[in-house]
Unconditional design. Structure first.
Length: 536
């Protein structure tokens, strides 16, 4: 990681205008029809789950008074610039807000894919180039976002600017890969869709037929999850392809661009199926995929190894499960310790000694190192319950509420609010239950919490990284032994197994001030391993 990225340097700039000739005032159309939520409102609502509102800016033409009045009425931030020279509008906004990294969007794409923005954010943390362009391929049209550096936006070739460059903000960047490093990532979260061509789906509003489709998508998907993404759209296209026929005939303007030169160095990342292994393996493997792709590899994500391709390097994040293949790298496999060349631990483990003063190596998304501008709420405890069932979820709630109901005072502990992510819905109104959140929102929830109650795993490490007061429970026999190990070696309070919770009337009042330095570097060993294979 370059270490230079601050979330305060990243801005979402949305170019918007009312003067569309094909579909006038399309960006003010309501979704669903007749509601108070416009296309622009949907964009702002989604972006607000990632960016602070001060870093979401609509870039509008001078003289577009109706649009300006609309934005003012909703307290949306905007910047006024040239109507004909859109690139100049972006450049002046970039200088005005002192942006270093720009996520560019257009005002006619209401359902941008937030998961893709997460991976672009992750990718930026690995970029050391001053001039770059970054985007994600393989998404439905209108759900993607592109990102580029301020240096690239402000870069000028000698001579008069071409008209197409002033009309299209980033075309001058994409046409010159010899100057601006081009990164075109594959969507790690969509690897399982092989029988649907996402780029054939139009999730944008250029014409009335497009508007008809996005309203239909909201009815089918948005009423269940207002932040549905490309995964849900592609699944719908697979299950009900007739839904997307309404705008299939609408043509899209395209440009012929040079393709980045890239050697294909394949690697397969095999993760444990989330319902069996928990979501931590899946989440960190997606981040690992982004890291490897940014380093020139062509990763394939799967919950199964490719036994027909024994010579392709394959990374196994499936605990102790192994396969007869030639080039394997093991993650958190107790039969392959970190002192081996083809093995690494992404989490601490009793089989690998922890020495005071030595850095503790682990791996998670690089976003877990960033400050998302959140303020800690004193007394707030975040419970991550993953896929726990009804009985276990309710047992955790009742155990914590005994401290909340007694005014939260027990020694130095003062629990004022309980929020639980995962598990089953709470039967107690005093627990703020959230079934699932985006990864970035999850990090924000960690940052705003004083305490985090979870089981041994990725959430534990990310919470420790943010300096939170972490305590553990044992949800399985394996997690029980790991919880005891964490208490002994790291000083993290372990509350016990579920059978022990009811009899445990003590909430920890001492939490570790880690003497061990956490170092998010376990993925670097994989890179060296891959380099050795492809160099041999």
């Amino acid at each position: 990681m370059s270490g230079i990225l601050s979330t305060r340097d990243c801005f979402a700039f949305i170019q918007a205008r009312l003067g569309s000739t094909r579909f006038p005032k399309k960006i003010l159309k309501s979704i669903p029809e007749g509601s108070n939520t416009s296309v622009l409102c949907h964009i702002h609502n989604r972006l607000s789950s990632i960016f602070p509102q001060a870093q979401i800016v609509f870039l509008v033409p001078e003289g577009d008074t109706e649009l300006i009045a609309f934005l003012q009425q909703r307290n949306f931030q905007y910047f006024v610039g040239s109507e004909t020279d859109v690139r100049d509008r972006f450049r002046k906004a970039c200088l005005h807000f002192q942006a270093k990294h720009i996520f560019r969007l257009t005002g006619d794409n209401p359902f941008i894919d937030l998961e893709s923005i997460r991976y672009l954010y992750e990718a930026i943390t690995y970029i050391s180039d001053s001039y770059y362009s970054l985007s994600m391929i393989g998404l439905p049209l209108g759900m993607g976002v592109e990102c580029f550096s301020a240096n690239s936006l402000l870069f000028d070739l000698e001579g008069k600017a071409l008209e197409r460059h002033t009309e299209h903000v980033s075309l001058h960047i994409k046409e010159h890969p010899e100057i601006h490093k081009q990164f075109r990532l594959s969507p790690a979260h969509l690897h399982q869709f092989t029988d649907v061509n996402p780029s054939s789906l139009r999730i944008t509003v250029d014409e009335s037929k497009d508007y008809e489709l996005v309203c239909s998508l909201w009815e089918r998907l948005g009423t269940k999850d207002p932040y549905f993404g490309a995964k849900e759209v592609i699944q719908l296209a697979k299950d009900q392809p007739e839904v997307f026929l309404v705008n299939a005939s609408v043509e899209q303007v395209t440009f012929s661009l040079p393709k980045p030169n890239r050697d294909s160095k394949q690697v397969r990342i095999v993760y444990g199926e989330p319902s069996l292994f928990g979501s931590g393996h899946w989440e960190r493997c997606k981040s690992l995929s982004v890291f490897l792709e940014m380093n020139g590899y062509d990763p394939i994500l799967s919950d199964k190894p490719d036994l027909q391709s024994p010579n392709i390097p394959q990374i196994l994040d499936m605990r102790e499960i192994e396969f007869p293949l030639n080039h394997l790298f093991y993650i958190d496999n107790l039969h392959h310790l970190p002192n081996e060349f083809n093995s690494s631990f992404f989490l601490p483990n009793p089989v690998a000694p922890i020495n005071q003063g030595d850095p503790l190596s682990y791996f998670s998304s690089p976003l877990s190192e960033l400050d998302w501008n959140q303020t800690t709420i004193p007394g707030k405890i975040l419970v991550y319950a993953g896929n726990l069932g009804k009985e276990q979820s309710e047992q955790i709630d009742s155990n914590l509420l005994q401290y909340l109901n007694s005014n939260g005072s027990l020694g130095k502990t003062n629990i004022s609010s309980v929020i639980r992510i995962g598990g089953t819905p709470s039967v107690n109104t005093e627990v703020d239950y959230i079934p699932r959140v985006s990864y970035i929102e999850f990090l924000k929830q960690i940052q705003t919490s004083e305490f985090v109650l979870t089981y041994f795993g990725q959430t534990m490490m990310e919470s420790l990284g943010y300096g939170k007061k972490v305590c553990l429970i044992g949800i399985t026999p394996i997690h029980e032994s790991l919880g005891q190990f964490a208490e002994k070696e790291l000083g993290i309070p372990y509350l016990g197994s579920f059978s022990e919770l009811n009899g445990n009337n003590q909430f920890p009042n001492v939490f570790p001030h880690l003497k061990i330095k956490l170092v998010r570097d376990a993925h670097l060993k994989i890179l060296k391993w891959l380099e050795s294979i492809y160099e041999s």
